[in-house]
Design a protein around this ligand. Structure first.
Ligand code: GDP
Ligand code: MN
Length: 361
């Protein structure tokens, strides 16, 4: 990096901060994106969308993380797209690569099997590192440590409405700790032993279960899968999760002893590698068990697309008031058969008037 024109801003440990205009938003927050250099064009379009609809009025810093060093071109283009400062962190290898207790032969065998079964990302090694990182390591990164809040963004996502308020402030003032926009059923074959592992955790650490948890949201007597209902599986995980490519959340939750013991218990079980546990069900199960369900917030007014699903406000008044222009080529996922939102309305901190309008088991 010695010939890099950003060298002045480079810390000895590889962190890099490119100064920008002063922050206007009042919260100790960052917009966080894990991504690769080759995703630059999708990174820029996601940045443009979020800047235009929200951040240019607040200038919260963007934090980019990567398991490889960002290129000078990536840094230049993204820092120009941002309204405030940008920072770039190199993830330490030990926070990214699979841990020593993962058996290489068994891992290879499982990769092959899941690839043969055409499990989505079933044959990918890097995807597994990514899911484990997003489950247990993003909040420990040097650049992230200084913040209380993060807003997770991925390349190529789109936002459709003007925010018209600071979502971090909204969450702080209303005692919210986890915010989502879309909730779906997970692919069962990526997590065959996740729930039994969570049950072990609950038995081992009953003190961590919040008395006002959302266990009812994520468990059903009958198991619901993408293929349909499997009856009488005895109150197990119903595959509902918050889609984690969008998250606005409080980092102290992830730094808590409860969450870390939860992650540690899951990590030791090996399912991030021998199966393909996603960070979405991991975050969602943790949030549902360890948090007060009233601390979870559904942002119904943002309008968002991550391939292949879109959510768009259904209220005409909200849509025009917030100047939403949603995609015309994609339906609203909220009430689709694979959406868990009606279940959240019924069992989570849902809108009371909607609870009885949907016929949810
Ligand atoms: P999907 O949304 O589940 O299809 O997965 P993505 O490919 O979008 O990956 C999720 C997030 O992790 C995105 O922000 C990606 O840019 C990022 N990501 C995935 N794999 C890697 C990787 O190997 N290295 C880095 N640095 N980022 C990755
Ligand atoms: Mn994605």
């Amino acid at each position: 990096p010695s010939t890099n024109s950003y060298t002045e801003a480079l810390f000895p440990d590889g962190r890099l901060v490119v100064p920008g205009k002063d922050q206007l938003g009042k919260e100790n927050a960052t917009i966080l994106m894990l991504c690769r250099n080759r995703e630059l064009s999708g990174v820029l379009s996601a940045m443009r969308s979020l800047e235009d609809h929200f951040n240019r009025e607040y200038r919260y810093p963007w934090t980019f993380l990567n398991d490889e060093p960002f290129t000078e071109n990536f840094i230049e283009e993204t820092s120009k797209m941002a309204s405030g400062k940008t920072q770039y962190g190199l993830i330490p290898a030990e926070d990214w690569n699979r841990p020593s207790w993962i058996d290489e032969d068994l891992f290879k065998q499982r990769l092959q099997e899941m690839s043969d079964q055409q499990v989505i990302y079933g044959g990918s090694r890097s995807y597994r590192n990514m899911c484990r990182f997003n489950s247990g390591y993003f909040y420990r990164q040097e650049l992230v440590k200084q913040y209380n809040w993060y807003f997770r963004v991925e390349p190529d996502v789109e936002y459709f409405c003007d925010f018209q308020y600071d979502p971090f402030t909204l969450m702080r003032e209303n005692n919210k700790k986890y915010g989502f926009v879309i909730s779906l059923f997970e692919y069962e074959d990526t997590i065959p032993t996740l729930w039994p592992t969570v049950e072990e955790f609950m038995t081992k650490y009953p003190q961590h279960l919040h008395p006002n948890n959302a266990l009812e949201f994520i468990t059903s007597k009958d198991m619901i899968t993408l293929e349909g209902m499997i009856p009488e599986t005895n109150h197990s995980y119903n595959m509902c999760h918050f889609w984690s490519n969008f998250e606005i959340a409080n980092l102290d939750f992830f730094r808590s002893e409860a969450y870390n013991q939860f992650f540690e218990h899951l990590d030791q079980a090996g399912g991030f590698y021998y199966e393909r546990w996603g960070d979405a069900p991991v975050h969602s199960i943790a949030v549902s068990l360890l948090m007060d369900k009233n601390e979870v917030h559904h942002f119904e007014d943002i309008g968002y697309f991550h391939n292949p699903f879109m959510t768009c406000p259904s209220s005409k008044q909200m849509k025009s008031g917030k100047r939403c222009v949603c995609r015309a080529d994609t339906g609203n996922v909220d009430l689709a058969s694979h959406s868990c939102l009606p279940r959240w309305w019924k069992y989570g901190a849902g809108k009371k008037f909607l609870r009885d309008s949907y016929n949810v088991e």
